[in-house]
Design a protein around this ligand. Structure first.
Ligand code: UD1
Length: 381
């Protein structure tokens, strides 16, 4: 059987790594990997493949950056001939980036069933391109692998047939469990000069936080202020770097706020694990901090990952100085040795996905079964 994974951006690579490992022992499965090239800087892409021990992709579409329409269209145009030549039994797409939705559209229109890894998450915020990508991808997927119970509820509310949905668990956590010992062994906190201290890690890249110069300045001011009480490490996404430079902002000299290049997965994980606080707008970090029990402040009005607030360490905070500073002070005192336990965030999500796919993807009728059919209860394995 031939499965094709299509990935494009940083968080996709982390999920692909777990799937690749779960497929490693299956001699009956050929796994073809296509990299759309949505993320292309070495630190945003190659570093992840190397550190996560994932073989180089079989195809690189090199779509690069562009408007949403241009990027999505380029993936659609360039992926179609690859799907036609390799004819996989199923195409796997990951998360909610533009490459995810584009690849799902190509496959479904060629009659190739789609498996959506990380299905059912909803922010209900239609100003986020990711929400559109999630809803469209779920609607046209044959297999929907949900990471959490709220995702199951969302899919059910939207009338998606139970038989298409599998409560697989969180695949991001699979990779975290695999990588954590090595991330700790590398001890990045010491290498970055923050070992043994209460430091904060920051990532911000969403348009809502970095595209408006007023909001960006306010956020940078807060980070500089927090830096006066303890080191703040801020690995800067290229989009954010461009906006900071447009705003003509310079980090205050000698203070605790340090802007860094984007980090690789292992250093980032090692630092997050040792941090007193994470401030972010990333989806993956909300989950990773929850699993590790590290306090997290998410600078967003909503989250598609409510379990991280209900049972985890995550808090949503607006990009306002007074609220952020107060939340940061409160959060730093919250770190406890006990880690929250979330159902099926157990390192075995990819294994569950592979067993469903290997059992069902070779079934001839699935190729022609429409994505509106289904029935039965949620698959339990
Ligand atoms: C994308 C995803 C977002 C995800 C994030 C993870 C969409 C709509 N957004 O956002 O959900 O959280 O990836 O990082 O798919 N750039 C570079 N080098 C790169 C990649 C990007 O310089 O390797 C710059 C370019 O200026 C580009 C900008 O970053 O225009 C934005 O990149 P893009 O892939 O469009 O979206 P992200 O903000 O990375």
């Amino acid at each position: 059987m031939r499965l094709m994974s299509v990935v494009g951006a940083r968080p996709n690579f982390v999920k692909l790594a777990a799937l690749t490992r779960a497929l490693a022992g299956r001699s009956d499965v050929e796994h073809v990997v296509v990299h759309t090239g949505q993320h292309y800087d070495p630190q945003m892409s190659d570093a992840f493949f190397a550190e996560l021990d994932v073989a180089r992709p079989d195809f690189c579409l090199e779509v690069g950056s562009g408007s949403h329409a241009a990027q999505t269209a380029a993936v659609i145009q360039r992926l179609e001939p690859v799907c036609l030549s390799r004819r996989p039994e199923a195409v796997l797409v990951y998360g909610d980036v533009n490459s995810t939705m584009a690849a799902a559209l190509v496959a479904v229109k060629l009659g190739i069933p789609v498996a959506h890894v990380e299905a059912g998450l909803r922010s209900r915020d239609w100003s986020m391109p990711e929400e559109i990508n999630r809803v469209v991808t779920d609607r046209i997927s044959t297999w929907l692998f949900a990471p959490s119970r709220d995702a199951l509820d969302n899919l059910r509310e939207e009338g998606i047939a139970d038989g298409r949905v599998c409560f697989a668990g969180n695949i991001m956590i699979d990779t975290l469990c695999w990588a954590l010992p090595e991330a700790q062994r590398r001890n990045p906190a010491t290498r970055y000069g923050v070992g043994g201290s209460r430091f904060t890690i920051v990532t911000l890249h969403r348009p809502g936080n970095v595209d408006d110069p007023e909001i960006l300045r306010e956020l940078l001011k807060v980070l500089a202020e927090l830096g006066e009480a303890g080191t703040v490490l801020f690995p800067v996404h290229p989009r954010t770097e461009a906006r900071i430079s447009d705003a003509g902002w310079e980090p205050p000299r000698g203070a605790g706020l340090r802007l860094l290049e984007p980090l690789g997965y292992l250093d980032m994980l090692g630092l997050v694990d040792a941090a007193a606080l994470v401030i972010t707008d990333s989806g993956g970090l909300q989950e990773e901090t929850t699993y590790l029990g590290v306090p997290c402040i998410t600078v967003r009005p909503n989250t598609e990952r409510p379990v991280t607030c209900l049972h985890g360490t995550n808090r949503l905070v607006p990009p306002r100085r007074d609220v952020l500073l107060a939340a940061a002070r409160r959060a730093i005192t919250r770190r406890t040795p006990a880690r929250p336990v979330i159902e099926r965030w157990d390192g075995r999500a990819a294994e569950r996905m592979v067993s469903v796919l290997c059992e069902e993807a070779s079934t001839e009728e699935l190729r022609f079964e429409t994505v509106t059919s289904g029935g039965g209860g949620y698959a339990q394995s």
